[in-house]
Design a binder for this molecule. Sequence first.
Ligand code: 6R9
Length: 648
Amino acid sequence: MSSETLANLLREERRFEPPAVLAANANATTADHERAAADRLGFWAEQARRLSWAVEPTETLDWSNPPFAKWFADGKLNVAYNCVDRHVENGLGDRVAIHFEGEPGDSRSITYAQLKDEVSQAANALLELGVRKGDRVAVYLPMIAEAVVAMLACARIGATHSVVFGGFSSDAVASRIQDAQAKLVITADGGYRRGKPSALKPAIDEALTKVEGVDHVLVIRRTEQEIPWTEGRDVWWHEITARQSTEHTPEAHEAEHPLFILYTSGTTGKPKGILHTSGGYLTQTSYTHHAVFDLKPETDVYWCTADIGWVTGHSYIVYGPLSNGATQVIYEGTPDTPHQGRFWEIVQKYGVTILYTAPTAIRTFMKWGDDIPAKFDLSSLRVLGSVGEPINPEAWIWYREHIGGGKCPIVDTWWQTETGAVMISPLPGVTETKPGSAQRALPGIAATVVDDEANEVPNGSGGYLVLTEPWPSMLRTIWGDDQRYIDTYWSRFQGRYFAGDGAKKDEDGDIWLLGRVDDVMLVSGHNISTTEVESALVGHPSVAESAVVGAADVTTGQAIVAFVILRGGVTESPELVEELRAHVGRTLGPIAKPKQIKVVGELPKTRSGKIMRRLLRDIAEGREVGDTTTLADSSVMNLIQLSNTGSR
Ligand code: 6R9
């Protein structure tokens, strides 16, 4: 990286006041930031009291051996008890925990009392299969309610789960099973995707030809398709759970007991097993879910559209919402099956009040057209969330108008697998929002932007996002590799956590995320963020989505190459491409004008919706395309390469 930090090109002046009705009764208040700033550890000790502890912690943070943190170390609790049993004990057993909606249209509502029985039976089944506290269990499932039950059953007995995206290849599953030395795998025959059953178990069978140490495969029946079966190793979930008691006494585990490992692919090298532990993680997911989404568990219906295999599914489907006694929707399938209004039909059916989704989904809905959500009653919605990528101002405005009816605050939540919970976000009822900005570190969190020399940048400048104090839900290490944990996160800027994202502070000191530092382009000596150029392109009425990369260029070092998807009804022409280049020039300045613009039908994305710019760079530089194993749909690259041969 050159010594010049990220350019600050985008000007976005729109502002939205918090709605008065919401502000009057919001969970978060303007005083929270000040209170936490005055006594950060006291603030977190107070938040820890949201939970039920078998042994109350007397210690908040032990940072005597940085960067290895211990939070609430002398406390003991059971995470599953906190997410399920205590609500039943508090008389809320009849409250719906999960409204499950299958892709084919089957549905099932599960109360907290039923969830307690199912989690207890699953915990007893794991014990019968020889799983013990400290063992690792791999979970490879579709988006069904049993995925939640499986994770909570592990947490209950102190087994550490490692959820792998259903849809990752058998090689990806094998390497993750091996790295964590999982003893048991929980999978399903298959799940429904795009209108048909899609098999899962064969990938596990293949993975298990490559790794050792897995005693049993526990198989949930979902699609009833034919699957291979290994006698003695494979066990049907419905058979083993049916014979278990619905009683299971939860043991209290140490606050620092490993709760889960979740692998992030990163751009290079072996996947990193991000380790999260129990007490601090649950404290911060619980608090942030309460404050950031303004959850009122008695009346809200919450829906996070993430997959369980992404950290968002862990923190904001399982642990945050359930620890708060929320009622939530879980949807198995794709947003366009059987029609493009499926999400809005679900919002209408359940009266969803809080919706949490990703910019990639929002841009897809924009592309499909305003008339689709307009056919449904979305008036129940009151808070909208975004996560996974920077949200372009135009997508933000579209979300607000066409989904939120112009009345819902949008919380643009910045965080990572590594941070475990939301770190930077507006607070509904408190923050005056700015389209495209995650704005401010949450109470109890310390974030800033620094330059190459680790100096904090002044307002109005860009640089690297860092976290300057430990936080309760921080990763504790990379599974089995403490040195890599130190090198990756704590070495670039001494004593500070380096997130790997570029960011800028605006004139008010609010934070705008600019994308991964690895994706930043260096054009004629200027660092330019992919996010800002993409936002400018999506700001043009003809463009639905875009991805921008820097390709090697003899004169400018790197040249900006943009891939764009046009909105429905717009046709490609050389004039349009010229107009788009001019539009970026007008919006951001001549330096940011793309040298080339390629019109494509799809963009390569991971299962959590992140654009894999690395692959587009391969195309832009005429290289063979690299590793595509974490793509949601690997055929996309062939399509882009084909459409590319025709362009200049
Ligand atoms: C939760 C999650 C982490 C990376 C992160 C950043 C990007 C996530 C964002 C955002 C801008 C937001 N990211 N939320 N960028 N604004 N609101 O996505 O975790 O899959 O580990 O990805 O995602 O680049 O560093 P994970």
